[in-house]
Design a protein around this ligand. Sequence first.
Ligand code: MN
Length: 129
Amino acid sequence: MQIIKGRDAKSASESRGPTFTGQVWADPVMPTADGVTINNVFFTPGARTHWHTHEQGQILQVVAGRGYVCKEGEPRHEILPGDTVWIPAGERHWHGGAEDSYLLHTAISLGKTAWETAVTDTDYKGTEK
Ligand code: MN
């Protein structure tokens, strides 16, 4: 058993760069243990991940703000505080803030993440469902 206390007030937030578009910050909640990684991820308005997949899936829990999650080939879905999203293993997707709102979500990632290309502005806007 491992008990992880609240984030060390002196630790720095991590700016996330090459696999994201726009300004994205992450605070580690639980370093990878048995393939499970937990991060709080803060997207500024319009910022989003690149297209990617998770080896064993991912759970997103929206804490604050407003944003979108999108499965390839589908319209983007609005996500709001209190929402939980299950992304199955190997499902190509992206997530990020709304154009006019930040998004804070907790991401519980299972297994390795395979990063792909950036989400274009056209793909980002897509059609909202
Ligand atoms: Mn994901």
